[in-house]
Design a protein around this ligand. Structure first.
Ligand SMILES: [Mg+2]
Length: 219
């Protein structure tokens, strides 16, 4: 959110969101094809949204004076932990294996940046898929923290479209926005480490710095 970005000045509004229009769009990127409701956060405003004029204007987001804190924020799977079970992702604590050496790198970054703010932000859509319960997801995070030897507060999104449309699933910025607001983070000073393209997009949308775990942990 820092730096040069674009905002839309909307003139001649004839229809208000939410509620119009009702058109559904196909999402072909995920498995299969299914309709997802269009919403204004996902794409540029167009006349069908009820606007007669759309003008792009550059802006720089200015954070309030209380937004000063620095944090390290981590993805979980294939960033600080691996699955040693049968599935791709841990579904029970016995599946969790924290990658050796990550604790030392995390602690070194916190010390070098003079902060003790450490958080996790992870997609856990196995809940929405019916593969895991909330209790099982949290048991896996508890095991992760135990092996890591650090008390990481984990934010996680259990939701998956189209069952649940949410801003809290990466690459959307919901989990980052929550951390920024609750802990008065200055995003440009914070670092997000995650292994996937959606992690990189999430960091970019939140205004966080980004590193792949190979870079951060020196693998
Ligand atoms: Mg990952």
């Amino acid at each position: 959110m820092n730096g040069r970005q674009f905002v839309y000045f909307m003139q001649g509004l004839t229809k208000a969101y939410p509620g119009a229009p009702k058109k559904l769009f196909e999402n072909k990127k995920e498995k299969g094809t299914y309709p997802v409701p269009e919403h204004p956060g996902k794409q540029e405003p167009k006349p069908i949204h009820g606007f007669t004029t759309v003008v792009k204007k550059p802006f720089i987001r200015v954070w309030g004076p209380e937004y000063v804190n620095v944090a390290l924020i981590l993805d979980a799977d294939d960033t600080i932990r691996r699955c040693v079970g049968e599935q791709q992702w841990p579904e029970k604590p016995a599946d969790v294996q924290v990658i050796p050496g990550v604790k030392e790198k995390i602690e070194a970054w916190l010390k070098a940046n003079n902060t003790n703010l450490l958080f996790g932000a992870s997609n856990q859509s196995a809940v929405d898929k019916g593969r895991m319960t909330i209790a099982e997801v949290e048991a896996c995070f508890a095991e992760t923290n135990k092996q890591l030897g650090l008390d990481v507060p984990w934010l996680y999104s259990p939701w998956l479209p189209p069952k649940n449309i949410t801003y809290c699933r990466k690459p959307h910025c919901g989990m980052g926005a929550q951390l920024i607001y609750e802990h008065k983070l200055l995003p440009s000073k914070c670092l997000y480490v995650g292994d996937s393209t959606s992690d990189k997009t999430f960091a970019q949308r939140c205004g966080f710095q980004y590193q792949h775990p190979k870079e951060f942990f020196g693998w």
